[in-house]
Design a protein around this ligand. Structure first.
Ligand SMILES: [Zn+2]
Length: 86
């Protein structure tokens, strides 16, 4: 099971979703028409795969147990505590 991450953009805590650039359809077309570009395209898609925030789509999620993650989590908890009292 992957570690939980926190999004530095919106503060979402949880597991990121894997985002792969390009399209599967394009990959299939390239494989059928020209083998070599198909291989290159597949490698490019695999290497550009990244962890994205499922909430806002940002790619800048950090581990929750990192110094930055702890700082953000503390800020979110203090801000949510103050707003719930209002
Ligand atoms: Zn986010």
């Amino acid at each position: 099971m992957a570690k939980e991450l926190i999004c530095t953009n919106c503060g979402y805590i949880g597991h990121p979703k894997k985002v792969t650039k390009g399209s599967f359809f394009m990959e299939v077309i390239l494989w059928f028409l020209f083998i070599v570009p198909g291989i290159i395209y597949s490698i490019w898609r695999l290497t550009t795969r990244y962890n994205a925030c499922p909430f806002c789509g940002a790619s800048n999620m950090v581990p929750l147990d990192s110094p930055m993650g702890k700082k953000l989590a503390a800020e979110i908890q203090s801000s949510s505590a103050s707003t719930s009292e209002a």
